[in-house]
Design a protein around this ligand. Structure first.
Ligand code: ADP
Ligand code: MG
Length: 569
């Protein structure tokens, strides 16, 4: 009699669904699931915390379009993973979380790590279910994988009671389920496309906004042709960066505020009018702005601003098979000598000048601009940039260019701090298997690094040559210098005296890396930074951490609008 265990069924179903990676933290009752996955040819990456494991799995989903698994134990293990599920769901990234749970015959008894897991996951996922029997496992896994990538991508959860893991069933009683194909592709309504182009052609100050939906939807080739054929200015969102290179002559990122404020027609290409785009409201946008939306989620249409045209469907298909077809036939082009282009170019030039002045400051400790200026000159143009931390991420985004799609991962829609190391591990795992692996550079604030700092051990264990650069200002937003800190310590109790934003001054984060055999560098000057970065880039078999001590009060340059402004109109 040919029998299989629950663990084997899960592993085989994942393999059938083309799941390549499983990130997790094992324990009772799911150790056998990880072992069976390895036996079936799914790569298992053991992480140090479920949250980081889930961040890693979701980054694989974003980068490849196929979900990876986050494998967790019951109760607390699953609860730690909820942060990663929420982050993935907010970002519209596919991920499949598989959680062990307490045995079926112990339900409601106060069993070990018992928790209403299927219910708990509903708020953080598109689909949350438990197979009713061993023979249902392949179809539930197929449905979870399919739900994670069809429609708007997101997180899915499958619950596995502990007693199912080692239970056995005859193979011929299990219905085979084949691999779910990539999502079906749909095009926009023809009248919406016509309407969109009519509005666009009459615009005086048009603007294309390229979001991470365009990156996920692999629309880069079509979008480049659209941008170049139409002559329109474009603005990438943080993770839309690199869909077209940041140094493209039509990229107006350096005049972002001005472009948003004065545009009369905005085309949203896989981007949402949420807080990141200031809701599309005044004072950041013109009250009369006309919005054209391209998105595959019908419920997204009309969020905050009613669009003049809603192009519902797959962005790559809409761009290549609809918008480009018509533009080519019409031979329409937005002129390059308009007042709008002059405004944008002037603003870009003056903003570039301010950043350049800040970057050229020779004082030590360095400011953010100086650090990023030197980094940007050494980083390979094809590297994957992972970034988080408030100032580190915001200033770094403007100073470090991306040249390739899906090469920037950051705190994202949910503004989650702690994602960096998990994302970097995922990206490095994918690169490791390529013929010419690209480098993964993780640019972290010191606070952001702390959220999942122990994943440095994971990087060392798998010999992933990630370069972590900690931009260390001794705190959250800003910190204190060590003299002030010590004076405060002498004056009294730090629980009442130390500003809540502060962290230990001059903390030696690089020693976390050397503790596990990776390279560690403490740098204060531009020369030290350059030499540490060069040495780290030369080392292609182990991770490095460069701890950059910067001026604790270094800040962003003066901004035109305070963060998150919103009118009450
Ligand atoms: P950003 O943060 O860059 O603005 P968001 O995550 O807010 O990006 O928005 C991405 C949007 O892209 C989501 O509304 C999502 O539904 C949409 N999207 C994802 N994949 C596709 C696709 N293949 N085609 C069209 N829209 C997509
Ligand atoms: Mg900091």
């Amino acid at each position: 009699m040919d029998e299989v265990t629950g663990a084997q069924l899960i592993a085989e179903a994942l393999k059938t669904q083309n799941v390549e990676f499983m990130f997790g933290v094992v324990g009772v009752p799911i150790i056998e699931v990880a072992m069976a996955a390895q036996a079936a040819g799914v790569k298992y990456v053991g992480m140090r915390n479920e949250q980081a494991a889930c961040y890693a799995a979701s980054a694989v989903g974003y980068l490849t379009g196929r979900p990876a698994v986050c494998l967790v134990v019951s109760g607390p293990g699953l609860i730690h993973a909820l942060g990663g599920m929420a982050n993935a769901n907010m970002n519209c990234w596919p991920v499949l979380v598989i959680g062990g749970s307490s045995d079926r015959n112990q339900e409601t008894t106060g069993a070990f790590q018992e928790f209403p897991q299927v219910e708990a996951c509903r708020l953080y996922s598109k689909f949350s279910a438990r197979p009713s029997s061993l023979s249902a496992i392949p179809s539930v896994i197929e449905k979870a994988v399919r739900s994670s990538i069809y429609g708007r991508p997101g997180a899915c959860y499958v619950d596995i009671p502990g007693d199912m893991v080692n239970a056995r069933v005859e193979r011929n009683r299990v219905r085979e389920v084949s691999c779910c194909p990539p999502p079906p592709v749909s095009l926009a309504e023809v009248s919406a496309v016509t309407q969109a182009l009519n509005v666009l052609k009459t615009a005086k100050c048009p603007l294309l906004i390229i979001g991470k939906g365009a990156a996920y939807g692999r629309a880069e080739a079509g979008l480049r042709e659209l941008v170049e054929l139409s002559g329109l200015p474009f603005l990438p969102t943080p993770m839309g960066k690199g869909v077209l290179p940041d140094n493209h002559p039509q990229c107006v990122a350096a005049a972002r505020s001005r472009a948003l404020l004065q545009a009369d027609v905005v085309v949203l290409l896989g981007a949402r009018l949420n807080w990141m785009l200031h809701f599309g409201f005044p004072p950041r946008f013109s009250p009369n702005v006309k919005v054209i939306q391209v998105d595959l989620c019908p419920e997204e249409m009309g969020n905050n601003v009613r669009p003049v045209a809603a192009l519902l469907g797959d962005i790559r298909a809409i761009v290549t098979q609809q918008l480009l077809e018509i533009l080519r036939a019409d031979q329409w082009r937005y002129p390059s000598d308009t007042a709008w282009w002059s405004t944008l170019r002037e603003k870009m030039a003056s903003n570039a000048k301010i950043s350049k002045t800040l970057a050229a400051q020779s004082a030590v400790p360095m400011n953010y601009y100086t650090v990023f200026h030197h980094m940007a000159r050494l980083l390979p143009t094809d590297c994957v940039i992972v970034s988080e931390g408030a100032n580190t991420m915001d200033i770094g985004r403007t100073m470090i260019h991306n040249y390739l799609p899906r090469h920037r991962l950051d705190a994202g829609t949910f503004g989650t701090m702690g994602v960096g190391l998990g994302f970097a591990i995922a990206a490095a795992m994918l690169e490791r298997d390529k013929q010419t692996p690209q480098r993964v550079v993780c640019v972290e604030g010191d606070s952001a690094f702390g959220f999942s700092g122990m994943e440095v051990e994971t990087m060392c264990r798998y010999k992933l040559p990630v370069i972590i650069i900690v931009i260390n200002n001794n705190g959250i937003y800003s910190g204190l210098d060590s003299d002030t800190w010590r004076e405060m310590e002498r004056a009294g109790d730090m629980t009442t005296l130390a500003p809540p934003v502060t962290l230990l001054p001059d903390a030696r984060y690089e020693e976390v890396m050397t503790a596990f055999g990776g390279g560690g560098f403490l740098v204060r000057t531009p020369e030290e930074l350059r030499s540490a970065l060069q040495e780290s880039l030369n080392n292609t078999h182990t991770p490095s951490l460069i701890n950059v001590l910067i001026e604790p009060s270094s800040d962003r340059k003066q901004q035109e609008f305070p963060w998150l402004t919103r009118s009450n109109l």
